[in-house]
Ligand binder design. Structure first.
Ligand SMILES: Cc1ncc(COP(=O)(O)O)c(C=O)c1O
Length: 381
């Protein structure tokens, strides 16, 4: 068993699930072109914001008739503005199998007081997608970041649905194929798969979502920060770069840099391949070691970004303390930073495998995980 420290160290120990590792070629000096100290409504600021929108469309393959907006408050802001602006017109189904999905359930049921049908599954499992009726509005998370469980596909979303699908795709966008024809509202933030900066969110609206916005007014008041319509019409400016309020032009420059980097590794296809290779290295490690396994019970739902692991060794006395100690040991050695399971999730580890992480770093880190495991088993005794 691996009691000796492995010889090779990851060049980059950053495996956090958000903010995620910057692209490997990142340097602060590469953001020197940011129009700092200028108005975001000046021609240069508007042009950068438009580039960010159109670059997103190009790389993610978003149809020309879908609107893409840069909005405040990161992914949370984007999801909240969708929930508060669109729901209440018809019956709602809320799907959740981890912490963030559960948060959206709580918002809809407790804050908006909508009598939604709530379908939940435990960490590691997923709800019965075949039971979902897409004539209702359906809110779900493409990849449950805190469980490492993702929807296996979108076959359960009917093409001729009458409801809207509202999808939190923050840890999926740029790592998984998102079928735009099945998604009416899609949200993500820059700080996840692209390793961008926090605080800015992206909302993608299908023509049907826009039609709902223009034809339906919720019964509750909407703060300015959530408002996408004026006088019953979509505020088109939001979707061409005239943001609702002031964005950070440094964060925009950083996003443009990340988009360029994504192009350089083959765009979406390349990004998916990178995440797949990273996740596969972790899956193979689990297959080769009987003391650790994927939290996702069904292989078809295993995430290729937020890979969540649980320790399964019968010798472990206190699961939570053990997992924490392993993560701490790896952090102390500067081998893996921020890989403890999410605070609401079952005890274990979560290793970010999105495309900004290098496979060589995952491969260098895993033998250290075996080393830390052995060391903690000994320390317990
Ligand atoms: C699925 C999911 N939704 C929402 C969020 C919140 O994201 P943000 O902090 O960017 O608003 C996260 C963050 O990890 C997430 O994983």
């Amino acid at each position: 068993m691996a009691t000796q420290q492995p010889a090779t160290r990851p060049a980059n120990p950053r495996f956090s699930s958000g903010p995620c590792a910057k692209p490997p070629t990142f340097e602060l000096s590469k953001l020197a072109d940011a129009p700092l100290g200028r108005s975001h409504r000046a021609a240069i600021g508007k042009a950068k914001l438009k580039d960010a929108i159109e670059g997103t469309r190009e790389i993610l393959g978003i149809p020309a008739d879908y609107r893409i907006g840069i909005v405040p408050a990161s992914d949370t802001g984007a999801v909240e503005m969708a929930l508060w602006s669109l729901l209440g017109e018809r019956k709602v189904e809320m799907l959740a199998w981890e912490s963030f999905g559960a948060g959206w359930v709580s918002d809809v049921v407790k804050q908006l007081k909508i009598d939604a049908e709530v379908k939940t599954a435990d960490y590691g499992q997923i709800v019965d997608l075949a039971s979902v009726d897409c004539n209702n509005d359906v809110v779900f998370t493409w990849n449950g970041t805190t469980a490492g469980v993702r929807v296996p596909n979108a076959d359960w979303i009917a093409d001729d649905r009458e409801g809207l699908t509202i999808c939190d795709a923050t840890s999926a966008a740029f790592a998984m194929d998102l079928p735009w024809d099945k998604l009416d509202v899609t949200t993500f933030s820059w700080q996840k798969v692209l390793g961008g900066e926090a605080a800015h969110g992206v909302i993608v609206l299908s023509p049907r979502a826009v039609a709902r916005l223009e034809s339906y007014t919720p019964a509750w008041p909407l703060p300015k920060i959530f408002r996408m319509t004026k006088g019953g019409k979509l505020i088109e400016g939001i979707f061409t770069g005239a943001t609702i309020n002031t964005p950070s032009m440094l964060a925009v420059e950083d996003y443009l840099f990340a988009l360029d980097w994504a192009r350089s590794v083959g765009g979406l296809k390349g990004m998916i391949a990178r995440a797949d290779a990273n996740a596969q290295a972790v899956f193979d490690f689990c297959d080769a070691n009987d003391w650790i396994s994927n939290l996702a019970e069904d292989d078809a739902t295993r995430s290729n970004t937020s890979v969540c692991l649980k320790f399964t060794d019968a010798r472990i006395q206190d699961g939570a303390a053990f997992a924490k100690a392993v993560a701490k040991r790896l952090e102390a050695e500067n081998i893996a930073l921020d890989i403890g399971a999410y605070r609401d999730a079952p005890a274990g580890l979560r290793i970010w495998c999105g495309g900004t992480v290098e496979t060589a770093d995952i491969e260098a880190m895993l033998p250290w995980l075996a080393w830390a495991f052995e060391a903690e088993i000994k320390a317990q005794a």
